[in-house]
Design a protein around this ligand. Structure first.
Ligand code: DMJ
Length: 656
């Protein structure tokens, strides 16, 4: 399905489609009779018509009065949604007056409800109807997500254009990322994917005209944040706007994109990367310093002298692709040198501490986790392998990355996975004191990148069905995909367990050894209320993307429609609790109370990642197919160079 620009007309016509409305019993019977027998046999008979209508009204009255009021599929959905406070409450009425009110009430407009997974059966007609509903439902949902993106952009444009982030409550901008207009660059490829050409033009114009002076004048930026958000955003914009036709060709969009000549994005990317290179060249070891002074082209370590492991190991997709585009190997070489060095360091079953010293080149401390400061180390091992494994002459042998990844996932399974009690959610805990310390049942929301990464690693971006048919999946891959689905459920339940339907920043899990009383999420109808513990200090929500990112990947790979439903629920919760009327969306202080108090910050990744992944989740899988594109850790798609999956068929080690 092509991605076309969305207009208000499209929105209206989607909602006017009768498939999206619940029709009353009265309407159904009347329409059926009037369009068939009654119309045929008694079309000219006024008395007959009147009698028939009276009979229908009587029948409908009896039906309404006898059945439990409001118990229909549609109203059940509304009542379910009410628990999260996302819709107006429809209280159950008692007695005829209430029944009559309901009888005449205009039915609510609702998205289509999919049958539970696996219930479609073999009936091809039912399957056909189901597929049509899914396509239509997904189109409406994509439109809603694109509208949310426009609302976020408009708030930013009106109050913060040129700043890094919007403070939507104070209606002003703030430079939390060094002053490179991070929201603009982070948002650009999302606007391209959504076909929002006016936003592409606005963002593109700013990058063409204003970014150069920022690059010349601005001071300190963080190497990692600037690489994943700004460099990644520029490279992806270059690729999606047609600059890199050689490798990408058609990425699935039919939208014609305006904005500057794509070469502008590449020029800006190279200017930025040349400055960031000082982080590598200033360090005596292959481990780069964490901070760069852009205008001086100099770099220094963080105040404590350490870099985060995830930060130094999540630069390679971007720098390597820039080398391919520019023909200058220095970017890719410097970044890949980090991973080659990390390969030589001692690990605990492939697991690594979250800090590393650029002075010694060694890990620092014992703390092992897949949350903050650890996360994208594991993500990039497999993604860099996916990106470069088929690059042929232009690339070196990256099979060591796949080996490091496979070993690390075994380590995760042996050391970090447990099930909560009483209901058995599979979660990823931490080892704060490394090998000799005890397991700690804490899981950052950030860890929810893992289901998507596991699924990608298992099928190399193909659907599970195709990967199986082509004999690409080992027993271990199949196990990893199952683990991905189990953790995915836990991530979803971290949302569903709270009063707002939004996840906290951090959850703890109830185990035999660990329990804290009275720290529940607040949604009394969740069966996991006692499994998930949410401390007061962890109750904020920063509009983070990891869960919807994994939903997108898992849906592409398994094609299980439940992931669409989970994503839709999460989107609705963002709409209900984080949307700011005057423009933009805001972070929250506490997801367990209604109404949640608000934090006054719209992170750039809400536009760059969260809304992009939601949009892609509801869209066609031919747009940015996962066997041809790899998303950097800030959701900027970059092309897989060379033979990709084809290469795996010829690999002796992966054949099953
Ligand atoms: C993003 O900047 C990236 O996804 C990063 O890898 C982790 N944190 C944020 C989003 O939560």
């Amino acid at each position: 399905m092509a991605v076309l620009p969305i207009t208000s007309h499209d929105v209206q016509s989607d909602y006017d489609n009768a498939k999206f409305r619940r029709r009353s019993v009265f309407k159904v019977i009347t329409q059926a009779l009037l369009t068939s027998n009654v119309r045929r046999n008694c079309g000219s008979c006024g008395i007959g018509k009147l009698l028939a209508l009276l009979m229908i009204a009587g029948l409908a009255f009896l039906t309404v009065a006898r059945t439990n009021p409001g118990i229909s599929a549609a109203s059940q959905i509304v009542q379910h949604i009410n628990v999260r406070g996302e819709e107006k409450v429809i209280t159950e009425g008692h007695g005829n007056a209430e029944s009559w009110k309901r009888f005449w009430r205009k039915p609510p407009r609702l998205p289509p409800r999919l049958p539970p997974h696996g219930k479609v059966g073999n009936n091809s007609l039912a399957a056909e109807v189901h597929t049509q509903q899914q396509v239509l439902g997904s189109a409406v949902r994509q439109t809603k997500v694109a509208e949310a993106f426009r609302h976020a952009w408009t708030g930013y444009k009106n109050y913060a254009m040129g700043s890094d982030e919007l403070m939507p409550l104070s209606k002003r901008g703030v430079d939390g990322l060094g002053g490179l207009g991070a929201t603009i660059v982070d948002s650009l490829d999302t606007a391209m994917i959504m076909g929002l050409n006016d936003i592409v033009q606005e963002a593109g114009y700013w990058i063409e005209k204003k970014l150069p002076e920022r690059l010349n004048e601005k001071g300190q930026v963080n190497l990692f944040e600037t690489t994943i958000r700004v460099l990644g955003g520029l490279l992806s914009a270059y690729c999606l706007s047609g600059g890199d036709n050689g490798t990408t060709g058609d990425w699935g969009s039919r939208s014609r994109l305006d904005g500057p000549n794509p070469a502008i994005y590449l020029e800006r990317a190279q200017d930025l990367a040349d400055r960031l290179m000082s982080a590598f060249t200033s360090s005596r070891t292959p481990i780069p310093f964490s901070d760069v002074i852009l205008r001086e082209r100099s770099a220094h370590p963080a105040p404590d002298g350490l870099s985060s492991t995830s930060e130094v190991s999540s630069l390679q997709l971007e720098f390597w692709y820039l080398s391919k585009l520019s023909g200058n190997p220095k970017y890719g070489d410097a970044a890949m040198h980090v991973l080659e060095h990390l390969k030589t360091l001692p690990k605990l079953e492939g697991l690594v501490p979250i800090y590393i010293s650029p002075h010694s080149g060694h890990f620092s401390g014992q703390n092992i986790r897949l949350g903050s400061r650890g996360d994208s180390y594991y993500e990039y091992l497999v993604k860099v392998w996916l990106q470069q494994r088929g690059a042929g002459h232009g690339g070196s042998d990256v099979s060591y990355l796949r080996e490091m990844y496979d070993e690390a996932i075994k380590g995760v399974k042996n050391r970090l996975i447990q099930k909560s009690i009483p209901k058995g959610l599979v979660f990823v805990g931490e080892l704060p004191s490394g090998q000799d310390g005890s397991f700690y049942p804490k899981m950052d929301h950030l860890v929810c990148f893992l289901p998507g990464t596991l699924a990608l690693g298992a099928t190399r971006g193909l659907t599970k069905q195709r990967a199986m048919e082509e004999g690409l999946m080992t027993i271990e891959d199949i196990e990893n995909l199952k683990l991905a689905e189990d953790i995915m459920k836990t991530c979803y339940e971290m949302y569903a367990v709270t009063t707002t339907g939004l996840a906290p920043e951090i959850a703890h899990f109830h185990t035999q050894e660990f329990y804290e009383d009275g720290l529940q999420g607040g949604n009394k109808s969740s069966e996991f209320l006692d499994d998930i513990i949410i401390r007061y200090a962890d109750r904020h929500n920063l509009l983070r993307p990891e869960t919807v990112e994994s939903l997108f990947v898992l849906h592409r790979i398994t094609q299980d429609p439940k992931y669409l439903e989970w994503g839709w629920q999460i989107f609705q919760a963002f709409e209900s609790h984080t949307k700011v009327d005057s423009g933009g969306y805001t972070s929250l202080n506490d997801v367990t109370v209604l109404p949640p108090s608000r934090r006054d910050k719209m992170e750039t990744f809400f536009l760059g990642e969260t809304l992009k992944y939601l949009y892609l989740l509801f869209g066609d899988s031919n747009v940015l197919p996962l066997d041809r594109f790899v998303f950097n850790t800030e959701a900027h798609p970059l092309p897989i160079i060379g033979k990709g999956v084809e290469n795996d068929h010829t690999s002796q080690t992966r054949a099953s």
